[in-house]
Design a protein around this ligand. Structure first.
Ligand code: PSV
Ligand code: MN
Length: 388
């Protein structure tokens, strides 16, 4: 049986990064619903993210998205984060919200647009230098909608060229994390549609280029834990963008739609040492809370990752390996299911209490009065949201 003290130790040092954009307004292409008390600038987003850390104790950093989170003074933003007890984390580049990018960013057939996109990526590294961020996360909306629209192979050449120029600009402790997505906004071809494409580009770039697995970016039925196992074996899994999906890139709270899948993914992470001390995998949330309140939505998501991790850590790997060696199919499956079916909530509640946290983060946040305060205080100004 796994040693519960060891399990607790891993859970105590687990770190989950929050997306700044989860605190702003978001929606679908049909409607962005405005919520009250939403942050009006990156400083207020940081204040909200700090609340999530305050009640969970495991979310001490927030990822930025540039230019959504552009500020004049990044050192000052980093100081503000520190004052709130958190840090600035991954920098996400945004080369998908400008009219110039209609036919692509770094894969655009027009060299002027490619240059503009590359300049933005390089400017994001400048931001990282100031915030002390390790990771530059790149997701490209680039692709085509119609057969014949552009040359698929040449777009790969342009992609490789833009990535190379960005990679060369990185400092020696910085990394390039390349995210893939099956479809949307392009529907015929995406230039980085899957983990294989990302992996191939990262291999070519070098050691500090790694793949980001966004759990919502696959075809229905894709075995994501296989991808995780494969990439970890190759030392190429750089980050997760955790969220849940029923149909497409739904960006729902992680662990909400399919908690069993999240457990299976985290079990592969655990097996490959991805939760060990000094792990270099960035565990991030990438979600949008369109209809639920945002701060508790993030708290719930963090708790879902913790619960799935606890279950994954509880798998009796020795019994599992023995059953696997013996060809005991049902026995092996039972070992996994035993861990999955364990109620880990008491264990996590105990852990929080021992750290001086409230055992129930959702209730503690609700009782804090913070939600009411930001509704009362954040009057006027422009609420943050997609594109703002
Ligand atoms: C694209 O769908 C994506 O997953 C990328 O990570 C973007 O940076 C993020 O969503 C924007 O919400
Ligand atoms: Mn993502």
């Amino acid at each position: 049986m796994p040693d519960t003290e060891k399990v607790a130790e891993v859970l105590r040092r687990q770190r989950i990064e929050l997306p700044s954009w989860a605190f702003g307004n978001s929606g679908t292409r049909f409607k962005v619903f405005a919520q009250q008390g939403v942050p009006r600038d990156p400083y207020e987003k940081i204040a909200d993210a700090a609340q999530v850390h305050r009640y969970t104790g495991v979310a001490p950093s927030v990822a930025l998205h540039i230019p959504w989170d552009a500020v004049d003074d990044y050192a000052d933003l980093a100081t503000a984060a520190k004052d709130h007890g958190i840090e600035l984390g991954t920098v996400n580049a945004n080369v998908f919200q400008d009219d110039d990018y209609m036919l692509g960013s770094i894969t655009n057939p027009d060299p002027r647009v490619r240059r503009k996109a590359l300049d933005h990526l390089l400017a994001c590294v400048d931001v990282m230098d100031r915030t002390g961020s390790r990771d530059l996360k790149l997701w490209f909306s680039d692709g085509t909608n119609y057969p014949g629209q552009d040359n698929i192979r040449e777009r790969q050449d342009r992609l490789a060229e833009g990535l190379q120029a960005t990679y060369e600009r990185l400092g020696e402790h910085q990394r390039l994390i390349l995210e893939y997505k099956l479809f949307e906004p392009a529907f015929y071809t995406m230039d980085v549609p899957d983990w294989g494409t990302s992996f191939a580009h990262c291999l070519q770039l070098g050691d500090r280029a790694k793949v980001c697995v966004d759990t919502g970016h696959h075809a229905p039925g894709t075995n994501i834990e296989f991808i995780v196992a494969f990439l970890m074996r190759a030392g190429k899994l750089g980050a997760f963008d955790f969220n849940s999906r029923f149909y497409a890139d739904d960006d729902l709270m992680v662990g909400a739609a399919d908690p069993f899948q999240l457990f299976r993914i985290l079990f592969e992470v655990v097996l490959a040492g991805g939760l060990d001390e000094g792990t270099d995998i960035a565990f991030m949330l990438d979600q949008c809370h369109n209809i639920e309140p945002k701060i508790p939505g993030q708290i719930r998501s963090v708790m879902n990752v913790q619960e799935a991790s606890a279950k994954a850590l509880l798998v009796d790997t020795e019994a599992l390996a023995a059953a696997q060696r013996a060809g005991d199919v049902l026995g092996a499956n039972a070992v996994l299911m035993d861990a999955y079916n364990t109620d880990v909530r008491p264990l996590l509640a105990e852990l929080r209490s021992a750290q001086g946290l409230d055992p129930d983060p959702m209730a503690a946040y609700a009782a804090s009065g913070y939600a009411e305060r930001i509704v009362a205080e954040r009057v006027g100004g422009q609420a943050a949201g997609w594109g703002a």
